[in-house]
Design a binder for this molecule. Structure first.
Ligand SMILES: [Zn+2]
Length: 73
C-alpha cells in the first residue's frame, strides 16, 4: 500500500516565531491521513493537538496549551 502526498501546507505556529507543517496523504483506496510536524521547539513544548468534533461530525483540531488541556480534561 502506498501513500501519495496530496497537499503539503506550512502555517505559522501558535507563538508566531516559527512554523508547522500539515501534510495530507491519500492511499490507493482514497482514504486520507494527516501528518502534522511542529517545527517550533517552543510550541512543541507548550502546545499539543486537540481534536474537536463539529455537530455535523466533521473532525477538526487546533493547537491548545498543554496545561489548559490538562485542566479541561
Ligand atoms: Zn512557536
Amino acid at each position: 500500500m502506498s501513500w501519495d502526498v496530496i497537499s503539503d501546507n506550512v502555517y505559522t505556529c501558535p507563538c508566531g516565531k516559527s512554523t508547522y507543517e500539515v501534510t495530507t496523504e491519500m492511499d490507493d483506496w482514497n482514504s486520507t491521513r494527516e501528518k502534522v510536524t511542529m517545527n517550533c521547539l517552543e510550541c512543541k513544548d507548550k502546545y499539543q493537538k486537540k481534536y474537536f468534533y463539529k455537530s455535523d461530525g466533521e473532525e477538526r483540531w487546533s493547537w491548545v496549551l498543554k496545561k489548559m488541556y490538562d485542566d479541561n480534561w
